[in-house]
Ligand binder design. Structure first.
Ligand code: OSB
Ligand code: MG
Length: 375
């Protein structure tokens, strides 16, 4: 077993290329943690934590993730070394919750493990795909014409699948305008839990009328029965994101027929191993699965692209090119949109991209270093 020599837990803040507005608020600058684990044999693994400054998407925040990592997860590594990711996952399961904190450590361990075995992360996870199909997630805009222009720009860039954020008061009008302007696009909507149960019929009406292909998480996390109502007779996919936090919640949702597609985010479910398992479970239930995003930099994006390259993930991912989020990105090479609305899966060792130290330092807000105490 190889020991962990050193861990760096950094906090960065980066301005987004444009504000990202959802039903739970506007994000202009993203505050996040980056974890760097160094083994005794001199290899390093990187992980990005998707917990946000404020607990809006879920109960986790940068502060709770830092606390969880420092108090429980790093001591586990000092005790047991640079664990193989599935073993780390099993050990970390002893503590409830904190999936984003656990995922950041697990993902750094995957990068480290793959590098130590001289393979790409995608290969280590069991994938052979070279490219993954992606789309773009567009925040709530100041006006419908602005949205139509923004979507037109993304289509011109080459994105073939558009997801827009919706909420009560910003749904039927923008969706109708997009459908009128772009009759053939794959159009998805994501409400991040913004609707009450009384909205089932209205959502079904406009989603059907404007040929929305997928409606993501319209109702609160625990409202599985309401999602099941939406599924009944729907001609669009009813996708769950926030509701699915582990295998047990997915089993329950499948049992209740509360979903017809699944968004998988490693951070939400505690890591890449869990994300892969959820994708496989969805595939057995014949549910299309796809990889979601949380506005990651190139570090988290590289992990997500590797996950999205696995066979259960058949719908286009919410993983856009680097320049849709940050200019410049933290890594080299940056992710660029390729033919057929795809990103290529890095083939180098581990996550297959390198941090550009000068850019990293520019956005660094807090640096902490931990070393293994030797007896
Ligand atoms: O619900 O999918 C979501 C971003 C932050 C938090 C939640 C979500 C999102 C996105 C962005 O939709 C997807 C991306 O990273 O491009
Ligand atoms: Mg979502």
């Amino acid at each position: 077993m190889v020991q962990v020599r050193r861990v760096q837990l950094d906090e960065l803040e980066m301005p987004l290329v444009e504000p990202f507005e959802t039903s739970f608020g506007v994000e202009r600058r993203r505050r996040f943690l980056v974890l760097r684990i160094e083994s005794e044999d001199g290899e390093t693994g990187l992980g990005e934590c998707v917990a946000t400054r404020d607990p809006l998407y879920s109960s986790e925040s940068v502060a709770t993730a830092r606390w969880m990592i420092e108090t429980y997860l790093l001591p586990l590594l000092w005790r047991e070394g640079a664990l193989a990711p599935p073993i780390f996952r099993a050990r970390a399961q002893a503590w409830r919750g904190h999936p984003m904190a656990k995922a950041a450590v697990e993902m750094a361990l995957w990068d480290l493990w793959a590098r130590r075995h001289r393979q790409s992360l995608a290969h280590a996870l069991g994938s052979r795909r070279r490219r993954v199909e992606v789309g773009v997630s567009v925040g709530i805009q100041p006006s419908v014409p602005t949205l139509v222009r923004r979507v037109g720009d993304y289509l011109a860039d080459g994105y073939r699948r558009i997801k827009i954020k919706v909420r009560p008061g910003w749904d039927e009008r923008p969706v109708a305008a997009l459908r009128r302007e772009f009759p053939d696009i794959r159009l998805w909507v994501d409400a991040n839990q913004a609707y009450p149960a009384s909205a089932v019929a209205a959502i079904r009406r406009w989603a059907t009328r404007y040929a929305v292909e997928q409606v993501e998480q319209p109702f609160p996390e625990h409202a599985l029965a309401t999602h099941a109502q939406l599924v009944r007779g729907a001609r669009f996919r009813a996708c769950l994101d926030e509701s699915i936090t582990d295998l047990a919640t997915l089993e329950a949702a499948i049992g209740m027929q509360a979903l017809t597609s699944l968004n998988v985010k490693a951070g939400r479910v505690g890591g890449l191993g869990a994300g892969r398992e959820l994708g496989e479970r969805a595939a057995r239930a014949r549910l299309p699965a796809w990889v979601g995003g949380m506005l990651e930099t190139g570090i988290g994006r590289a992990h997500n692209v590797a996950l999205a390259s696995l066979s259960p993930f058949t719908f286009p991912a919410d993983l856009s090119a680097s320049d849709r989020y940050y200019q410049p990105d933290l890594v080299e090479p940056a992710f660029e949109l390729g033919p057929g609305s795809t990103l290529s899966v890095p083939s180098g060792r581990g996550i297959g991209v390198d941090v550009v130290e000068s850019i990293y330092r520019r956005h660094l807000r807090r640096h902490r270093e931990f070393r293994r105490k030797t007896a």
